[in-house]
Design a protein around this ligand. Sequence first.
Ligand code: KG4
Ligand code: ZN
Length: 347
Amino acid sequence: AQTLTLLGIESSCDDTAAAVVRHAPGHPPEILSNEVFGQTDLHADFGGVVPEIAARAHAEKLDVMVEAALATAGLTLADMDAIAVTAGPGLIGGVMSGVMCAKGLAAGSGKPLVGVNHLAGHALTPRLTDQLEFPYLILLVSGGHCQFLIAHSVTEFQRLGGTIDDAPGEAFDKVAKLIGLPQPGGPSIEQAAKNGDSQSHKLPRPLLDREGYDMSFSGLKTAALRTRDALVAEQGGLHPQDQANLSASFQAAVTDVLTEKTRRALTQYLTLEPKAPAIAVAGGVAANQAIRDSLSELAEQHGVRFTAPPLKLCTDNAAMIAWAGIEQYRLGLIDDMTLTARPRWPL
Ligand code: KG4
Ligand code: ZN
């Protein structure tokens, strides 16, 4: 097998990203650059990602990010073996911008094009960071996704279950807004929770007793809203201690649900008798230390390796796309100029 160097491009949500990853067989992959332009500020006034604003920002920033990624790596397009790009799922305008940018670069340089599924990018990240062997169990938890997958191979992901409504990151963001904490909600709730008592408010653990791996977070958000309203009615507003207590109670509820469902998914995964059993977590919510600690403890109880990528590789990035591109390229899974953006693309 040859050493491969790929440019990766990601623009499926609200981050415009480009990265260069190199892999020499027998060695850990190397991230030569990993550039991200986050659009959080552009959407701040709207309480969510506005697709039109996102698409315009991607179109403006893609070239800049690609240039920055190549420059940081000290390479040019001619040094790339292929160009990998997120072809979905995601917001159609952004995905189209990325695919068009990649096609332009491929046409101009004569390099092959590799279309990558964004979720596969997240799900293959533990092989980039820790060289995990298949099959491994992965929990993808972000602002947009929440699912358990068994990664069997580069192209085979078995979905065990997931949220039936909101993703946990979305719930963190909405609850933060409800109790007057800044966006993104995940980090501010985690911070506030440090001074709070997780037993102070009784919040539900939705679907905890239901069989299987499905989860629900919208009821939890509604319960947090009711708790807030009761506090406001009683005392006219929220004190910092109330914010801290609600944050701690909410974070504990999410952690309990994720941990209990992971326990069950782990049991099913272990029936496969993997040679190197491992559980990984990825996505923005995987940045949460309480959640990481709880999952790590669970893995330890079962004698299973636990891995969580560094934060920059948990949230949306292009290094994961370049890496998934390398994995696909090695299997001959290469696209041509007929590659199109797919807003919906289940794994
Ligand atoms: O993966 P990501 O960057 O974007 C996608 O949703 O695809 O995830 C962003 C989400 C946001 O909802 C944010 O509030 C959440 O991840 N998040 C966290 C933490 N850091 C980011 N949630 C809980 N605790 C954190 N420390
Ligand atoms: Zn993502």
